[in-house]
Design a protein around this ligand. Sequence first.
Ligand code: NDP
Length: 328
Amino acid sequence: TQAPVNVTVTGAAGQIGYALLFRIASGQLLGPDTPVKLRLLEIPQAVKAAEGTALELEDCAFPLLAGTDIFDDAKRAFEGTNIALLVGARPRTKGMERADLLEANGGIFKPQGEAINAGAADDVRVLVVGNPANTNALIAQSHAPDVPAERFTAMTRLDHNRAVAQLSKKLNAPVSEIRKLTIWGNHSASQYPDIFHAEVGGRNAAEAVNDEKWLAEEFIPRVAKRGAEIIEARGASSAASAANAAIDHIHTWVNGTAEGDWTSMAVPSDGSYGVPEGLISSFPVVCKGGKYEIVQGLEINEFSRGRIDASVAELTEEREAVKKLGLI
Ligand code: NDP
């Protein structure tokens, strides 16, 4: 049998962590043939709660779970890690300035980047979920110079899945028939869900919708503000769908996109589509053989151009801000 894959999860005792760990341990992250070893990182105050979750993991008797270790030290948590899911982050609290938020997250993602650089496995893949995810990924990456930059990614798969679901409802088509949808830019309210290249049952989605007002005034804001809608309805954040998207992101990265389809991932820009090089921005990507590639040569219409540029401008500002704070 295969040696277990080491999966590190930070913020393991949080809401998303609780929705994520059982699915990883059951085999949904890497498939039914791959045993996993969990390495949970928490801040000291939350280690006890993580230990409680580990007891529950044990009680599930998952055949694929080769063990669970808990750490409050990043260096040890990332030792030998193959898959790093960076979920724990400093949330924005009321009245907090953006610079304070970025600085607090710099204090988390800089040492984690250093720890990944020092001890992760050669094939490490990193997904940042904790917000501001794109910029947190940039901070971690800039402190891991020995790890190929493209291994650092941030999550826009939840936005992607939300957009697929909304389009499916609008056109009364099953989600399985929707392909080639794209989230561009930042995982924030400025993100741009693009249906101009999407297909529904082989037909162009924008043509099938044929309603620019719905696109601009309903679809785009609905997808971008879905997190707030869930909080309003549930009284708690969208932790289960976020965990589901994290699973999807890694599963697709490792196992590939379906023929004739792509997915959305925030990855270091190579300058494609006018996105400044190095920014971690969401693109359409094809995954194959354990690697991803940004889909090239798509025509960007005027409607899309302005929206992509606006979200990318926000990412550029965030990069400037963390540079100024000495975090990258
Ligand atoms: P959650 O598990 O609900 O969320 C964790 C992070 O994911 C937040 O930054 C959150 O952003 C982000 N996120 C991204 N997408 C979504 C989404 N769709 N819905 C909800 N959140 C999303 O937070 P908790 O407060 O429950 O747990 C965080 C845990 O992290 C705590 O246990 C804390 O102790 C730990 N932590 C660990 C660190 C470490 O390991 N070094 C460092 C810091 C914290 P947003 O805030 O914008 O909702």
